[in-house]
Design a protein around this ligand. Structure first.
Ligand code: HEM
Ligand code: HEM
Length: 326
């Protein structure tokens, strides 16, 4: 439902800087990534600050809900680390088309910035439609993916014990998740999750700001969308087109702090694990609130999100250390 309320003077005046900042952060994200290899590993913090700033800007824009295109671009910019890996993975080592990720990147963000610049403010949309059945189906498929993710991330945690332990654990786990039936169901769930997540996100981004948790769920959902597109396609490309064993050796083949291409993988993987934990935490919180357990809901949210953060740090430190050791 479109409200008849006039657009407030404050929202019309929403500074141009606020609307264009996410697009600019997206445009210059690769520069932040290059500084890791060229300057210092501490620049990693900058690559994490950029999506964090876009998160803040997306919530500011969602609060007024009058510049919806700018809001979508801000959410999209949160996914810049995953998008940069996606484009790099698909474009940088192929010979079929004459375009490389960096060129496409600049063009893409310039077009998005232009679209934001020409956007006119729209009346605030009070739409509160929620495809509840789809959200439930999304939650059920999430449970199956989570079972795999727990085993998968536990496997990556064993990286702290060294590459041979990681490889040995993966060899055992593969017996289960690479069984044709299991792998087909898993990949079908991932596809379903992306498709239903896309629809849920489209609904959610139309709604006005409904609190920080809602914004966290949208932002982590957007990140997961781009993360899955990049991650699953990278694994399948390596496996079926280049016939590589996608194990620890593949993961740590290049120096993750010095190789100018591979440094992009550090913030990308870190945020992938964090986004999964935070997004799942929002889902669990929502279910507990619906069951009238608000205190438990907030505690569960904090515990899952914090646990995911710690796991993400340990996995990344092990991966980076592994990539430096040869
Ligand atoms: C692939 C990209 C994804 C996108 C774009 C996405 C987006 C969303 C959105 C917008 C919602 C809020 C629905 C609403 O309340 O209206 C949601 C809910 C949820 N998501 Fe995702 N999601 C994605 C992937 C995942 C993954 C990988 C998991 C966990 C493995 C997950 C778990 C959940 C759960 C548990 C809920 C709560 C469902 C409910 O309210 O019943 N999502 N997702
Ligand atoms: C640090 C983060 C991560 C790293 C380094 C990583 C690495 C890998 C590797 C090496 C594989 C290939 C496995 C094999 O050959 O058996 C793989 C597959 C896969 N990963 Fe991840 N992963 C990460 C996070 C995630 C997350 C958060 C998810 C979300 C659920 C995920 C979902 C998948 C899926 C669905 C596959 C395909 C499994 C298959 O069918 O073989 N990964 N990942």
């Amino acid at each position: 439902m479109i409200s008849a309320a006039p657009i407030s003077a404050q929202s019309v005046k929403l500074s141009l800087r606020l609307r264009t900042a996410p697009g600019l952060l997206g445009l210059f994200y690769p520069v932040l990534v290059w500084t890791i290899a060229a300057w210092s590993p501490f620049a990693l913090l900058l690559t994490l600050l950029a999506p964090a700033a876009c998160f803040y800007l997306a919530s500011r824009l969602a609060q007024t809900n009058t510049y919806r295109r700018a809001t979508k671009v801000a959410y999209f910019a949160i996914g810049a680390p995953a998008l940069y890996s996606f484009l790099g993975g698909w474009l940088d080592s192929q010979r079929w088309i004459p375009y490389r990720a960096n060129g496409v990147w600049v063009l893409l963000w310039c077009v998005l910035l232009l679209l934001v610049l020409i956007e006119r403010p729209a009346a605030a949309d009070d739409a509160d439609g929620r495809p509840a059945k789809l959200a439930v189906a999304h939650g059920i498929s999430a449970a199956l993916i989570t079972v795999f993710a727990i085993a998968h991330l536990a496997n990556h945690l064993t990286g702290v014990l060294g590459g041979s332990t990681h490889i040995a654990v993966m060899r055992h786990l593969r017996v289960v998740y690479r069984a044709p039936v299991v792998e087909s169901v898993l990949l079908a769930c991932v596809l379903f999750q992306v498709a239903t997540g896309w629809v849920l996100l489209a609904y959610r981004m139309r709604r006005p700001f409904s609190g920080w948790i809602g914004t966290v769920q949208n932002a982590s959902g957007m990140y997961l969308l781009l993360f899955f597109a990049s991650h699953v396609s990278a694994v399948m490309r390596a496996r079926y087109l280049r016939h590589i064993d996608t194990n620890w050796v593949w993961l740590t083949a290049d120096n993750l702090l010095k190789d100018p291409w591979s440094v992009r993988l550090v913030p990308y993987y870190f945020l992938g694990v964090l986004a999964l934990a935070v997004h799942g935490a929002c889902g669990v919180r929502h279910v507990l609130v619906e069951h009238d357990r608000p205190r438990l809901a907030n505690r569960a949210f904090a515990a899952i999100a914090a646990g995911g953060g710690v796991i993400a740090v340990v996995i990344i430190v092990a991966l980076v250390a592994g990539s430096l050791s040869h």
